[in-house]
Design a protein around this ligand. Structure first.
Ligand SMILES: NC(=O)c1ccc[n+]([C@@H]2O[C@H](COP(=O)([O-])OP(=O)(O)OC[C@H]3O[C@@H](n4cnc5c(N)ncnc54)[C@H](OP(=O)(O)O)[C@@H]3O)[C@@H](O)[C@H]2O)c1
Length: 306
């Protein structure tokens, strides 16, 4: 039998922040960390959905849960959330960059960035860099950024990362998920170079039953897409199984900075977590640094404009 949620070491005294915590992989991550003793900050964009998810967990006997308002599509909300964590807790041991949006019709964030690049990548990068001082103060702190198997098909559109021209819903999703793993590995390289004690890892869930695909199919309005999704349904594993790679990356004593975890079976689509292949672009330090610089500029220009 592979690694399970029961294998998570005690998290007593630790504080974890999970983005997109009200449903899907985020909710499973909150449940597993709270069951092992962590205090978990459920960072969500909808207070109503967050409260309802928290009430469900409280009914299961999990009480050490707090809510944090966070809309990753607005960098001002990201900054406010980071400030709230600093002033309310002054401590952070685990940051799980989990929230995500897949394949909507072209939309933009509050700062005008393509929505998937903004929510999945830029918002998480801004959140992480603003929370790093808190993580630095803790022993063994980790950042886990959730990517996807589509990273292998992704490309960074260096000249048009916001897809102002010829928007492709899945192309933009793949770009954002490639950016996730590039960010995770580049962050780790920078932390190591700075002799920081914090470590950054990446994880992907394979294919898991959550709201992600149904929402994407609905927003696409394509019959073919709906049929393909129906045909693939039997391959999907539970959300609890899908959350294991990110939980393993966040808590397993054997996991180290710069590693990437995913399900170990069926070409990385299902099964217990294990180390897995990283997209070529994320192994290339030049491309990683280029993405970092470009993303920093997009985040900072937005901040200057607001
Ligand atoms: N499920 C899979 O098969 C699969 C495969 C590969 C990768 N992933 C990745 O796994 C992660 C979790 O996805 P999931 O499958 O659990 O999907 P999900 O059930 O749709 O959950 C996504 C979460 O992200 C939140 N979110 C969306 N936009 C946000 C924003 N602007 N600000 C803050 N939170 C926002 C959602 O909030 P609302 O509920 O308010 O919308 C929800 O809590 C994502 O990064 C996704 O790319 C999933």
């Amino acid at each position: 039998m592979g690694w399970r949620a029961e294998d998570i070491p005690s998290q007593d005294g630790r504080i974890a922040l999970v983005t997109g915590a009200n449903i899907g992989l985020g909710l499973e991550t909150v449940r597993a960390l709270a069951q092992r003793g962590a205090t978990v900050l459920m960072a969500c964009r909808s207070r109503r959905k967050a409260e309802s998810a928290r009430m469900g967990l409280i009914k299961e006997g999990l009480n050490d849960l707090d809510l944090l308002d966070l809309d990753l599509a607005d960098l001002n909300s990201v900054a406010t959330a980071a400030e709230t964590v600093k002033s309310r807790y002054g401590q952070l041991d685990l940051l799980i960059n989990n929230a995500g949006v897949m394949a909507p019709p072209r939309q933009t964030s509050a700062q005008g960035h393509e929505l998937q690049f903004a929510v999945n990548h830029l918002g998480h990068m801004a959140l992480t860099t603003q929370l790093l001082p808190l993580l630095e103060a803790q022993r063994g702190a980790r950042v886990v950024t959730v990517t996807s198997g589509v990273q292998y098909f992704g490309q960074i559109r260096w000249d048009d990362p916001n897809w102002q021209e010829s928007y492709n819903r899945y192309g933009a999703y793949s770009q954002s998920k490639l950016a996730n793993v590039m960010f995770a590995l580049e962050l780790n390289a920078r932390l190591v170079a700075d002799e920081s004690s914090v470590r950054s890892l990446a994880a992907h869930p394979g294919m898991a039953q959550t709201n992600l695909q149904p929402t994407a199919v609905l927003s696409g309005g394509s019959r073919t897409e709906a049929i393909v999704y129906q045909l693939m349904q039997p391959l999907f594993q539970s959300a609890a199984m899908g959350a294991l790679p990110q939980l393993h990356a966040a808590t397993a004593p054997t996991a180290s900075g710069g590693e990437h975890y995913g399900p170990g079976q069926l070409g990385g689509m299902r099964g217990a977590p294990g180390r897995c292949r990283v997209a070529g672009a994320a192994l290339d330090p030049d491309q990683r640094q280029r993405l970092w610089t470009m993303s920093e500029a997009l985040i900072n220009t937005s901040a200057a404009r607001d």
